[in-house]
Design a protein around this ligand. Structure first.
Ligand code: HEM
Length: 494
């Protein structure tokens, strides 16, 4: 009996070693990865990296292992980069090496490497150059992007006025308005706020962002090799994104039906022109898949990030009424009660600018960044990362770095002000990331945040229903994104 027990243990040990060896061979592409916690077979560092709170777990490991370390998310090694110097060295100084897009397993089935945000290599370069040009030139000779934002902020103000100071939850009121800015660029028109299809689209975008951030998606990103064969919540996310793709594909068809190459109306039309120009090139990246998925990238990213940041900002202003009062004072002084705020006002409004920056720092909307990979064999800080190694640039670690932000856990607009009250740039302000993959919508987003914030505070005072000190700004879900908590507020006309 005892001998059988010893044999069982012996065989179990042999089997474990074999599994470790197979997993190691499968995932280790050679190289000399930075040290990190010891993984266990298949489960990787599940004991150290919790799927509830991945970012927080990685921050703990950052304290123990320094600014560059390796964790195994399931069987897959991921090199984690923390802190300003490290991120700058990787994403800027060795920008080409670190410019690849890593796989996000939970949405890979939907994108399969198409669309600017998920693409790599030449495809990505072509789509990024094209998208940036269109976003930059859009509105030249027509209405500028700034005018579109101002008009849409005006509609939002009207909508908020209708609440007449009654308690209201702002998620979709804000996202309808914000989304209309990017909609008018990519689809050529804004939607009526009451449009049921539009409302459903926004609900799907919001749900997708929440789903991508919940523990189930984190688990799927670690164990997709197995989980893909089983039913579960990951299929819900897949279906949401497929529905959004269908909507964009339908809009492309509508554009094609009335397409006039001499008179392009929106992003889709400009892309169609390219498709026509390159129709005899079998290797062109201007094809239907890239059109639909790049448009979806812009529509999605252009909606959820800005409206979540606004929602967080509004919450912070109700929690800190003294900050709200100072922003209002500055608006009154520089813009007055009637003129519509514009981008030119920003340099004259250092306090408001600092509050918006601090809001973005605290909001930390994409705490782990969007995954990267190294595009070739890469030497970094004495380690060797073989081509294709996954890299997480932990943006949140920079936004909370005590060396750059005196009170990292506190809402403190003075992080962005000098002694004379002038706006002070802070190089560790990285919510849009760094380097070659820097957010493609950064300037649009910054203009939107400024015009929306100032338009709202110019017209309304914001009040929480609970005492300001009790407003809890912890995210309702934290994973890929930090999803702001939902709150009933009162928006009172001035
Ligand atoms: C507060 C607002 C926003 C924040 C905080 C934000 C943040 C980010 C971050 C962290 C990335 C990943 C960068 C990387 O891979 O290192 C990114 C990428 C991207 N963003 Fe934004 N974003 C915002 C608004 C927007 C808007 C308005 C648009 C629409 C035009 C947009 C479009 C994109 C696209 C297309 C990418 C992928 C770029 C690429 O892979 O080359 N974003 N954004």
């Amino acid at each position: 009996m005892e001998l059988r027990g010893v044999f069982t243990i012996f065989w179990a040990l042999c089997l474990s070693c074999l599994i470790i060896l197979v997993a190691w061979k499968k995932t280790n592409k050679g190289g000399k990865l930075p040290p990190g916690p010891t993984p266990i077979p298949f489960l990787g560092n599940l004991l150290q990296v919790r799927i509830h709170g991945t970012f927080q777990s990685l921050m703990k490991l950052h304290k123990k292992y320094g600014s560059v370390f390796t964790v195994y998310l399931g069987p897959r090694p991921v090199v984690v980069l923390c802190g300003f110097e490290t991120l700058k060295e990787a994403l800027v100084d060795q920008g080409d090496d670190f410019s690849g897009r890593g796989e996000i397993a939970s949405i890979e089935r939907n994108f399969q490497g198409y669309g600017v945000a998920m693409a790599n290599g030449e495809r990505w370069k072509i789509l990024r150059r094209f998208s940036l040009t269109i976003l930059r030139d859009f509105g030249m000779g027509k209405r500028s992007v700034e005018e579109r934002i101002q008009e849409e902020a005006g509609f939002l103000v009207e909508e908020l006025r209708k609440t007449k100071g009654a308690p209201v939850e702002l998620t979709f009121i804000l996202s309808r308005s914000v989304s209309n800015v990017i909609s008018s660029i990519v689809f050529g028109n804004r939607f009526d706020y009451e449009d049921k299809e539009f409302q459903h689209l926004l609900w799907m975008i919001n749900q997708s962002f929440i789903e991508m951030s919940n523990p189930w998606a984190q688990a799927y990103d670690m164990y997709s090799g197995i989980m893909q064969y089983f039913p579960g919540r990951h299929n819900y996310l897949y279906n949401l994104i497929e529905d959004l793709k269908d909507f964009v594909a339908h809009r492309v068809k509508i554009n094609e039906a009335s397409f006039d190459p001499q008179n392009p109306r929106d992003f889709i039309d400009y892309f169609l022109i390219k498709m026509h120009q390159e129709k005899n090139n079998p290797h062109t990246e201007f094809n239907l898949k890239n059109l639909v998925l790049t448009t979806l990238n812009l529509f999605f990213a252009g909606t959820e990030t800005v409206s979540s940041t606004l929602r967080y900002g509004i919450l912070l202003l109700t929690k800190y009424p003294e900050v709200q009062a100072k922003v209002y004072e500055e608006i009154n002084h520089v813009i007055g009660p009637h003129r519509i705020p514009g981008a030119n006002d920003r340099p004259k409004m250092p306090y408001t600018d600092a509050v918006i920056h601090e809001t973005q720092r605290m909001t930390n909307i994409v705490p782990m960044g969007v995954p990267h990979i190294v595009t070739r064999d890469t030497h970094f800080r004495g380690y060797f990362l073989p081509k294709g190694t996954d890299v997480y640039p932990l943006l949140g670690s920079v936004l909370q770095e005590p060396k750059y932000f005196r009170y990292p856990d506190t809402f403190y607009p003075q992080h962005f002000l000098d002694e004379q009250g002038r706006f002070k740039k802070n190089e560790a302000f990285v919510p849009f990331s760094y380097g070659k993959r820097l957010c493609l919508g950064e300037s649009l987003a910054r203009m939107e945040l400024f015009i929306y914030f100032t338009s709202i505070i110019q017209n309304f005072s914001l009040h929480s229903l609970v005492p300001p000190d009790d407003v809890d700004i912890s995210p309702q879900v934290s994973g890929f994104g930090n999803i702001p908590p939902t709150y009933q507020l009162r928006v009172v006309a001035r």
